[in-house]
Design a protein. Structure first.
Length: 213
């Protein structure tokens, strides 16, 4: 039978060990509620138990269905993934810090998680910055570039139905006037590191200042 130790718990939750040699204060292993009076009780020593394992923590994701729309939603249908792709396509953002400064105010842990998920899904690729090897930049893969038509359609839908839209109406009209050509131009520009609105090689600059052969 294990040795039992006798404690008295005072009103502040501290323990006093009682025995033949007098008493001495000993910390309790658990917080006790504040008591209005002192009392004595016996405590059985508790063996140390291992922490329980989290069952299913590494469980493989189960697809809800084989519907192509469901596949798209499961890949990039959260609140943030397409905004990261948008930042690359429209504004030429490529680094963690640049994504973090976007107007929507994504949290750091969510951004890190979404970047990892988009990499694992084959939409983004991470590589060292050619100008600074200490930095890493994100680029769209061919699979990621295939999302450009979806972004254009979402922007068109939002511009049409959101009374507070920030979409430039001239740009929306320009895209709709020749969508196939504009889509190809955006893809080619983003693939070589450009974007729609930012930079000398932006799609907007190319359309406003076409090169003469």
């Amino acid at each position: 039978m294990p040795l039992r130790k006798r404690y008295r718990i005072d009103s502040f939750g501290s323990g006093t060990l009682l025995g033949r040699g007098g008493s001495r204060t000993a910390p309790t292993t658990e917080k006790s509620p504040v008591l209005n009076m002192s009392h004595s009780f016996f405590v059985e020593p508790r063996p140390l138990l291992p922490r329980p394992l989290i069952v299913g923590a590494m469980k493989k994701h189960q697809r809800r269905s084989d519907c192509p729309i469901n596949f798209g939603l499961e890949t990039f249908g959260d609140l943030w993934s397409l905004l990261i792709v948008r930042d690359i396509v429209y504004f030429g953002k490529r680094t963690y810090g640049e994504f973090l400064k976007s107007d929507e105010g994504i949290a750091t842990n969510i951004l890190a998680s979404r970047l990892t998920q988009l990499e694992q899904a084959g939409i983004l690729i991470k590589k060292p910055d050619v100008t600074d090897k200490r930095k890493e930049v994100y680029e769209l893969t061919e699979k990621g570039l295939d999302l450009i038509p979806i972004l254009l359609e979402m922007a068109n839908w939002g511009a049409r139905h959101d009374p507070q839209t920030g979409a430039p109406p001239d740009w929306i009209a320009l895209v709709n006037a020749d969508k196939d050509r504009i889509t190809r131009l955006i893809r080619e520009t983003v693939k070589r590191g450009g974007s729609i609105f930012v930079g000398l090689d932006s799609v907007l600059n190319q359309l406003m200042n076409p090169k003469t052969e």
